[in-house]
Design a binder for this molecule. Sequence first.
Ligand SMILES: [Zn+2]
Length: 277
Amino acid sequence: MAIRTPWEPNQRIEHGYFRSLQGITVHLREAIKSETDPFKIVRILKTILNTPAFHRYAQETALRMVTNLFVSNAKSWREAARQSSKSRIIYNALQRELQGPVGGAVSFQIQRNAELIKTLPLDIAGRVTDYISEESFKGRRAADIAENIQRMFPENSKAKAQLIARTEVSKTSTALTRARAENIGLDWYEWRTSEDQRVRSSHKHMDRVLVRWTDPPSPEELIGERSYGHYHSGDIFNCRCYPAPLTGIDRVSWPHKVYMNGTITMMTLSQFRQLAA
Ligand SMILES: [Zn+2]
């Protein structure tokens, strides 16, 4: 059994975000409810995207998710502070943080997520268009096609909503942890995985490896796979890994695996101290 750490991303927030994204679909279905012309349905879906009400909804949904993560991530830091010699520094930073780089990270994530939410209606409109051309080709009546389109909701956005919720909660969580860590001069973190069957092999290879915020690895390259570029723990699609900031050198056992400049090396504490100095 894996021991839970305070840094693990909050699944409750992920589920809540998913439900809000699906809520958009319910709203869209409502807007096309009495339509019998399939092409008009597509037009309506595309128009909704540009309404102020939809923009407001996207903004509020993103704001709620990021704020929830912000609060839950702060709790992780307070928990870490209790076990760390740097507790005073961490507490003080949490008090002042919204004025500094952390506040910047928060508003950046809200904007990014709001933009992503706005892609949902377009994604659905695209699916509906494909569906219309397939069905018309089969010679089906427009009204029947329109009726089926209504029934496709909210299933037709489920996969996309799930991908957004999982990926974005993880990415935002990593961004908040990073902003808070760098703000108080914690340069290193330990790459943690969810430690279950679904962890991809490239990330399994990174489990418990120490990484510096300024030097992200390409986990795929490290095991000879095609690279997705260099990125931090949790900062890629469908990833449930997370960074656990190294709040004290005694927080991990030594010797320990360290990633640096494209390779993973087993290092003793004194080797690591020279590096971190
Ligand atoms: Zn991962």
